[in-house]
Ligand binder design. Structure first.
Ligand code: SF4
Ligand code: FES
Length: 292
């Protein structure tokens, strides 16, 4: 899956659009680093005057897009004063070495991943470490731009000492952990979970022209040879096919409750225009006033 591999270590360093935009009055500035570097963000006003310099410190090559990883600007200048709302520009500088300072220690703590000792940085999750080490862990609710949610449980891994498999996307690594990402039991568990998802959502044949994101569930069903319709019974989600909106077609019969729409809207846009109502089999993604 080339699209997923591309997230492991970005091919190039990139500064991305801030969110929410415009900032109100705080904002997050996401970026990707192709190589380990010392990162500094400089914010300018429209006249080119420096408003604030944020020294982020040493960062490893990775994706910094979710709120917990992107650079946070509280809308204040270097004196701590709130700046007027308006248009600001920002610039990212990445340097191999910080002047006058020794290179900080690299990742020193380790976990054992499928029998191999691998280093990690404090705060990394088991999923992030696995992804960096080219383990192909399936996910349905994970999105590198968002806070991990732990909803689909497809990313479970075996953790020595834990009574049940743990969701790798929400479990932070601690030194000495022994993790197995693809045992027979774990793969069986994932297949059963997929069969539960697809029993609710039997229309998994999606037009291939609709792009990779739309094929996500189908690709996993094929990979695990999961049986659709194995678990018969009540279903959640009510379609919205009589929606009069000419641009957006909402068919909640196909919803798998990953909540990515809700989380993107809240975390990236700061809008909270999409939300969830009810619980259990009555769970339903909805919009304000459930309007068209
Ligand atoms: S409607 Fe939202 S919660 Fe449902 S599958 Fe799509 S993104 Fe996920
Ligand atoms: S990807 Fe980890 S719980 Fe969904």
């Amino acid at each position: 899956m080339p699209e997923l591999v591309a997230y492991e270590i970005p091919a190039e360093t990139e500064l991305l659009h801030n969110y929410p935009n415009p900032f109100n009055p705080e904002t997050w500035i996401p970026y990707r680093l192709a190589e380990d570097a010392f990162v500094t963000l400089t914010i300018y006003d429209q006249t080119g005057q420096v408003v604030r310099t944020i020294d982020v410190g040493h960062q490893i090559a990775s994706v910094y897009e979710s709120r917990s990883k992107a650079i946070y600007w509280d809308g204040r200048n270097g004196l701590g004063e709130q700046v007027a709302s308006g248009v600001y520009f920002y610039h990212l500088t990445e340097r191999k070495e910080k002047h006058n300072e020794p290179t900080p220690p690299k990742q020193t703590e380790t976990v054992t991943l499928d029998g191999e000792e691998v280093a990690f940085t404090e705060g990394e999750t088991l999923y992030e470490i696995s992804e960096r080490n080219r383990k192909d862990i399936p996910t349905l609710c994970y999105d590198p731009r968002l806070e991990a949610f732990g909803g689909c449980r497809l990313c479970v891994v075996e953790l020595e000492g834990a009574r049940t498999p743990v969701a790798s996307c929400t479990t932070k690594a601690t030194p000495g952990m022994v993790v197995r990402t693809a045992t027979e039991d774990i793969e069986k568990y994932r297949k059963t979970l997929l069969e539960m998802v697809t029993s609710e959502n039997r229309e998994i044949d999606v037009d291939s022209l609709r792009g990779y994101a739309s094929q996500e569930l189908t690709t996993l069903v094929n990979r695990y040879e999961a049986r659709t319709g194995r678990f018969m019974g009540a279903m959640s989600g009510t379609d919205q096919t009589d929606d009069k909106n000419p641009f957006i077609f909402r068919d909640y019969d196909l919803c798998i409750s990953c909540y990515r729409c809700v989380r993107v809207c809240a975390e990236q846009e700061g809008d909270y225009a999409i939300s969830v109502m009810n619980r259990g089999f009555h769970t339903q993604i909805t919009t304000e006033f459930n309007g068209d």
